[in-house]
Design a protein around this ligand. Structure first.
Ligand SMILES: *[C@@H]1O[C@H](CO)[C@@H](O)[C@H](O)[C@H]1NC(C)=O
Ligand SMILES: *[C@@H]1O[C@H](CO)[C@@H](O)[C@H](O)[C@H]1NC(C)=O
Ligand SMILES: *[C@@H]1O[C@H](CO)[C@@H](O)[C@H](O)[C@H]1NC(C)=O
Ligand SMILES: *[C@@H]1O[C@H](CO)[C@@H](O)[C@H](O)[C@H]1NC(C)=O
Ligand SMILES: *[C@@H]1O[C@H](CO)[C@@H](O)[C@H](O)[C@H]1NC(C)=O
Ligand SMILES: *[C@@H]1O[C@H](CO)[C@@H](O)[C@H](O)[C@H]1NC(C)=O
Ligand SMILES: *[C@@H]1O[C@H](CO)[C@@H](O)[C@H](O)[C@H]1NC(C)=O
Ligand SMILES: *[C@@H]1O[C@H](CO)[C@@H](O)[C@H](O)[C@H]1NC(C)=O
Ligand SMILES: *[C@@H]1O[C@H](CO)[C@@H](O)[C@H](O)[C@H]1NC(C)=O
Ligand SMILES: *[C@@H]1O[C@H](CO)[C@@H](O)[C@H](O)[C@H]1NC(C)=O
Ligand SMILES: *[C@@H]1O[C@H](CO)[C@@H](O)[C@H](O)[C@H]1NC(C)=O
Ligand SMILES: *[C@@H]1O[C@H](CO)[C@@H](O)[C@H](O)[C@H]1NC(C)=O
Length: 762
């Protein structure tokens, strides 16, 4: 049998040599490569597969129609769309991204076509002009009545569809190979020996998420948000031995600790057809970076300020929140508010009641605030355009937010003077129906302003963004096409300064916006440097957190790949403050450490550089060191940050006087049963609960989507391109059983792809 196979391979190689390449195949490895081309998948590779997700009402994404068997078909490249009846039967279609959306929409509209398609392979470029998300994303979460407003006019709605065939995203090399193979098939008029694609995309879950969670064939989507307070919350009054660790509200009475809070929000993960390939540079990472840079700017301001010690003069506490899971039904902000409402320990000390929250400022996409800067890849310094930002408020909420708006506009005037750019903040068009439903600030408005559909909001809430009437261009949730070349570092840096100055003004809290802001010292050059470093870490998909600033404060598990997909949540730890690599993603741990270093007090110092890089500053020699994963080694109220997987003292962390928390992000309809944190042996522990149902009704939340991701077997997903001969020849060869020493060639058949997902094992 092996011999027959080897023989077939050699015969096929002859055909391939003639048809596919002019060069001679001289080694067994080259021969193998000519015949079998597997798509490399997993961290550090550009290829990816669409997989099946489930929500309470059904499925989206992709699955093999043949269950556990691979799906196969001859390769046909599409250069233009045709009528559904004109596509050949049982083929695997290779197409450029520009055609992908309309071809998939044809499949949606024609079930008979969908039934004849064996698979779809997307070439990686050029970037298409559409967004994979819906034209009105998360519309059920809108706080206004007219649900048809198109915030994402370029949206095609692909990520809400279910496909009965595999869809793969190819890397450049595999795409080139696939094009050659498809061209050969075309020359053969699809007769005789043809190039095929063989795909494995077995998805175990079916139906809907409540059904698959009960059957244990899926796991919930989830992760953690990270929140950090400036100044830090006072240490818990008693000993930390009270393990239940108190209810939701209020720092228990030590002095003037009960400051109202100003929440500065940013989302950090994105969605798309291909989860691991998603970058989300403009949406949402540009806003996240502006928030992280603003946190560092404010956190280090004391050290360089002539006036000194702002945080002692703050009459409101600034809380920076990097929210995880927002593309999935505002999961992160909703969960955070529910944790507070239900008195969970994760947000103990944060007063998330209407009286406790003074304002909410969300930093939305801000990377394309200079229109000219996004047209091409020109050097940023040559750009002339001004930075135009827009302040969105809930319908009827402009009056409540007038202080925030005034502070934003005063901050923009100051940032203009400093950055040498025209920076402006304008209220978003009055014709808009309200906040975009994708805004996390909307969750706060819903819960903290009384009835969710009541237009007269009392919570000051603003979304700062680079768009006015609708998202700009095709970047919203568009997998790899929203990469660092779509955004402009100066737009982000200018937004960071505006956000920092605004939060500072509001924290000083003396009403007159212009007056309060004037004394924050900002080194714009340092902010720019920070933004550029963060862009290197968070927008370069193949480099990931193997970047200097991340490596100085943590050890990434996957240094060559940063996933911008929230992924699955296996379990919860009892103490969410402990950075445990098994429970928190690299991304979440980076955000936690960054915010811990950014918000800790800095010793006043004349030699301060105004704070580039969150860690490794001066004065750290005096800090108490702590064991990795052992927060109890620090004084109460302190965080052990900066520990790394290095043996010896170098790997130890620093005890920082910072309040920084992981707040779980997962469906409010789920509970992790008996997750005591001691058990990191990841058994299935998820159960449905209606504990939040009454709270959800009270605030007019739409039905919880309960997002989950299907399980799949170990060798899935996998894609191999190969030359498959005519069925008649195949039979003859099998009968002949020729003896050829071909073991090493036959070994090629054993190529199996292990696709390493975030701790996903079957
Ligand atoms: C989910 O699937 C189960 C089992 O098929 C079914 O009983 C239930 O009604 C479904 N739920 C929804 C919301 O469709
Ligand atoms: C961004 O995506 C475009 C289109 O796919 C690609 O041409 C470009 O090289 C990418 N840029 C980076 C920095 O990855
Ligand atoms: C709803 O919004 C759409 C798009 O903005 C608009 O065309 C339509 O007239 C609005 N409908 C109502 C009833 O206001
Ligand atoms: C920690 O920071 C808080 C807030 O700035 C401050 O009140 C407290 O005194 C600090 N604790 C120590 C031990 O320095
Ligand atoms: C633990 O909590 C109880 C009840 O809130 C309180 O009476 C007690 O003093 C606390 N103990 C410590 C050590 O803080
Ligand atoms: C905290 O616990 C330690 C040792 O258990 C004890 O000596 C100390 O008095 C306690 N402090 C408070 C404030 O309860
Ligand atoms: C909306 O809020 C206003 C003012 O707070 C109140 O008078 C009105 O009754 C509320 N409407 C609803 C439907 O809750
Ligand atoms: C307002 O802020 C300024 C500058 O920080 C400060 O000097 C002044 O005392 C504040 N006014 C009030 C009423 O707090
Ligand atoms: C901006 O802030 C700086 C530093 O506080 C101050 O010196 C300057 O006058 C401000 N510029 C404007 C235009 O407000
Ligand atoms: C501003 O920051 C840059 C880069 O960190 C530094 O080189 C420069 O000395 C700083 N300028 C001032 C005035 O502190
Ligand atoms: C991304 O990182 C890789 C590896 O460090 C580097 O070669 C590449 O130039 C980076 N891309 C961009 C756009 O900075
Ligand atoms: C954590 O640190 C404390 C105090 O240094 C020590 O007593 C304890 O043994 C440590 N725990 C672990 C698991 O290392």
């Amino acid at each position: 049998m092996q011999a027959a196979v080897a023989c077939r391979l050699l015969l096929l190689a002859g055909a391939l040599r003639a048809a596919l390449s002019q060069q001679l195949v001289s080694t067994v490895n080259e021969l193998k490569d000519e015949i079998y081309t597997p798509l490399p998948l997993g961290p550090g590779h550009a290829g990816d597969a669409c997989v099946r997700l489930l929500h309470a009402g059904g499925t989206v994404g992709c699955a093999s129609p043949t269950g556990w068997q691979p799906t196969k078909g001859p390769l046909v490249r599409l250069e233009a769309l045709r009528q559904p009846v004109e596509y050949p039967d049982s083929a695997v279609y290779l197409l450029p991204p520009a055609l992908l959306a309309d071809f998939l929409l044809q499949c949606r509209d024609s079930p008979s076509l969908a039934g004849r398609v064996r698979g779809v392979l997307s070439e990686p470029g050029p970037a298409p002009a559409y967004s994979q998300a819906a034209a009105a994303p998360l519309v059920d979460f809108a706080l206004y009545a007219n649900r048809s407003y198109p915030w994402n006019p370029a949206g095609k709605g692909l990520d809400g569809l279910a496909f009965p065939f595999p869809i793969f995203l190819l890397d450049e090399g595999t795409a080139e190979n696939a094009r050659r193979r498809a061209a050969y098939n075309l020359e053969q008029h699809l007769n005789g020996a043809l190039n095929h694609a063989k795909m494995r995309l077995t998805m175990e879950a079916a139906g809907n998420s409540t059904a698959c969670l009960a059957a244990r064939t899926c796991l919930p989507l989830g992760g953690h948000s990270v929140v950090a307070a400036l100044p830090a919350l006072p240490a818990p009054a008693g000993n930390s031995s009270n393990s239940s660790s108190g209810g939701g509200s209020g720092g228990s009475g030590s002095g003037g600790s009960n400051l109202p809070t100003i929440w500065v929000l940013a989302q950090f993960d994105t969605a798309g057809l291909f989860h691991e390939a998603a970058v989300g540079a403009e949406s949402p990472v540009s806003g996240l970076i502006a928030m992280l840079a603003a946190a560092e700017l404010l956190g280090s301001a004391d050290a360089s300020a002539a006036a000194g010690q702002y945080r002692e003069r703050y009459r409101r506490r600034i809380v920076f929140a990097a929210l995880g899971g927002e593309p999935w039904g505002l999961m992160g902000s909703k969960r955070l508010l529910w944790e507070a409402a239900s008195g969970a320990a994760s947000v103990a000390g944060f007063d998330l009641t209407p009286g406790g929250v003074a304002a909410v400022l969300e930093v939305g996409p801000v990377g394309r605030a200079r229109p000219t800067a996004t047209a091409g890849q020109r050097s940023l310094s040559e750009d002339e355009g001004g930075v135009s930002l827009y302040a969105h408020t809930p319908a009827g909420g402009a009056a409540a937010a007038s202080d925030v708006l005034a502070a934003l506009q005063a901050a923009a005037v100051n940032a203009s003077a400093m950055a040498g750019l025209g920076v402006s903040v304008a209220p978003a068009s009055a014709a808009l129906p309200g906040l975009p439903p994708t805004a996390s600030a909307g969750s706060f408005v819903r819960v903290l302003s009384g009835s969710g559909t009541n237009a007269s909001s009392s919570l000051p809430a603003v979304l700062l963004s680079d768009y006015d009437a609708a998202f700009q261009g095709p970047t919203f949730q568009s997998s790899l096409y929203d990469n660092s070349s779509t955004v402009d570092a100066d737009s982000i840096a200018a937004a960071a300064v505006v956000v920092a100055r605004t939060a500072h003004t509001l924290a000083l809290g003396n009403g007159s916006a212009a007056g309060g802001a004037a004394d924050l010292t900002v080194n714009y050059t340092a902010v720019q440097a920070t933004v550029q470093e963060l862009m290197q870490c968070l927008m370069n998909a193949t480099r990931g957190l193997g970047c200097p600033i991340a490596e100085a404060m943590m050890t990434p598990v996957n240094p060559g790949h940063l996933s911008h997909y929230i992924g699955i949540l296996r379990s919860l730890t009892a103490d969410p403050q402990t950075p445990d690599a098994n429970m928190k993603s690299d991304y979440e741990r980076f955000l936690w450490n960054w915010l811990a270093f950014a918000t800790r007090p800095k010793p006043p110092s004349n030699s301060s550089n105004g704070g580039s890089s969150g860690s490794a500053g001066s004065g750290e020699e005096e800090l108490q060191r702590c064991q990795p994963l052992n927060a109890t080694a620090c004084p109460p109220g302190f965080a052990c940050a900066g520990s790394r997987s290095i043996k010896g003292p170098e790997g130890q962390g620093f005890c920082l006087n910072a309040t920084v928390r992981y707040v779980p992000s997962y469906s409010t309809s789920l509970l992790c049963d008996a997750c005591d944190g001691a058990n990191t042996n990841y058994e299935f522990r998820w159960k449905l609960t209606d504990a939040a149902a009454q709270w959800e009704r009270q605030h007019g939340w739409p039905a919880d989507p309960v997002w989950a991701e299907s399980n799949w077997p170990n060798d899935t997903p996998a894609l191999t391109l190969y030359l498959k001969e005519d069925p008649s020849v195949e039979m003859a060869l099998l009968g002949a059983g020729l003896a050829v020493a071909g073991t090493s060639v036959a070994a090629a058949l054993c190529i199996r792809l292990a696709y390493h997902r975030k701790l996903k094992r079957h």
